[in-house]
Write a protein that binds this ligand. Structure first.
Ligand SMILES: [Fe+2]
Ligand SMILES: [Fe+2]
Length: 363
């Protein structure tokens, strides 16, 4: 067992929780969003890095209807049997001595296909969170350059929700409701009145994690259609994370020590929750398996532990670039050391890498 296993964000019962049946029947989920909408009368484009990002965004728009090859056939069961498929979270689990032991191979592959649909469903819900957060940034950020850029991101995120929704509806056999813990994180970010917290929660933590997951998915997905979709989405996401890094670098120069500590604590709590609360709970529930026991297996599977660490490969270097890793006597560095994710601190940060990930405009 390594150091990372000792830190857990809640009891197993808390981790295994899913949204209520009543919530599952509701088509609308309301969150009170606070904070002032800011007009600015300073129209000077005085932030060259954001201007450059905005120009890039304007020529990088793609179209879900015409740029994606929707004629490609997808066989979710064939893909579920592929040993290298990262979306199938059940793939690396040793079934002996677990609630999965009694399942036939066919039932096990059904679960694999469902677990891929779960992962993509959470991407879709997360993309809607990004859509809402970025619309909020348009309203609340005081700089015209950031409002311009955020407006392009709103369009990007609409496209991402659309592309995952279409893939789920037309190519896969299942679609899952939002994971309770993802919803709680999105609710926190949307309801915070401070604009920098919207950026920190969404562009740095959630999109940083998504960018790492997409990168892994792009390299290993056995489905050519999903590979194509992922490549388009990744080019956009790299810009979004860069937008967060470039904006917060400026904002965080002004903050006091206690304000910085509050942000460090937020990042740490979000990190632990993102690492140990996305346990495919809704798949076990759907399959009628004991959710708590299945979560326990997922939580301690060696492969899953390693995979979950990889999800921090973008977040750690970006937080370092923002100064949050080392501020206040390295409080966050100490915590991330305990999570076992400091090995990523010198990986390329996204403020620099996004240009490499852009696609040539073909339209
Ligand atoms: Fe997105
Ligand atoms: Fe995004």
């Amino acid at each position: 067992m390594d150091a990372g296993d000792e830190v857990q964000s809640g009891t197993l019962d808390e981790l295994a929780e899913t949204i209520s049946d009543a919530d599952k029947r509701q088509a609308i989920h309301a969150v009170r969003s606070a904070g002032d909408a800011l007009f600015t009368w300073d129209y000077d484009q005085s932030r060259p890095a954001l201007v450059k990002l905005y120009e890039k965004a304007k020529t990088s728009m793609w179209n879900v209807s015409s740029d994606i090859d929707w004629d490609i056939d997808v066989d979710p069961w064939k893909i579920a049997r592929d040993p290298n498929n990262p979306l199938n979270t059940t793939m690396a689990i040793d079934r002996v001595g677990t609630p999965f032991e009694k399942l036939t191979d066919d039932e096990w592959y059904d679960l694999g296909a469902a677990s891929q649909a779960w992962t993509l469903s959470q991407f879709m819900h997360g993309e809607q969170g990004a859509l809402i957060c970025t619309a909020k940034i348009v309203e609340q950020v005081p700089w015209i350059d950031a409002k311009y850029y955020a407006a392009t991101q709103v369009m990007d995120e609409a496209r991402h929700v659309e592309v995952y929704s279409r893939y789920l509806k037309t190519k896969l056999a299942h679609e899952f409701p939002i994971n309770l813990h993802l919803r709680a994180l999105l609710d926190d970010v949307v309801s915070d009145p401070r604009w920098d917290m919207t950026y920190l929660g969404m562009q740095i933590m959630i999109e940083g994690l998504a960018l790492a997951a997409f990168g892994f998915q792009y390299q290993t997905s056995p489905d050519p259609l999903l590979k194509q979709i992922t490549r388009y989405v990744m080019a956009d996401e790299a810009r979004h994370v860069a937008f967060g890094v470039l904006s917060l670098q400026e904002a965080y120069r002004e903050l006091s020590g206690s304000e910085i500590r509050e942000r460090q604590e937020f990042c740490y709590e979000a990190a632990v929750k993102m690492r140990d609360r996305f346990l495919t709970q809704e798949v076990w529930e759907w399959a009628g398996l004991p959710v708590r026991e299945c979560c326990d297996v997922m939580l301690h599977s060696e492969m899953q532990l390693e995979f979950r660490k990889l999800l921090f490969s973008k977040i750690v270097p970006n937080l370092k670039k923002l100064g949050l890793l080392d501020a206040g006597d390295g409080w966050l560095r100490q915590r991330f050391g305990e999570l076992g994710v400091l090995q990523f601190e010198d990986w390329e940060d996204t403020g620099a890498e996004y240009e490499r990930m852009q696609l040539e405009h073909t339209g």
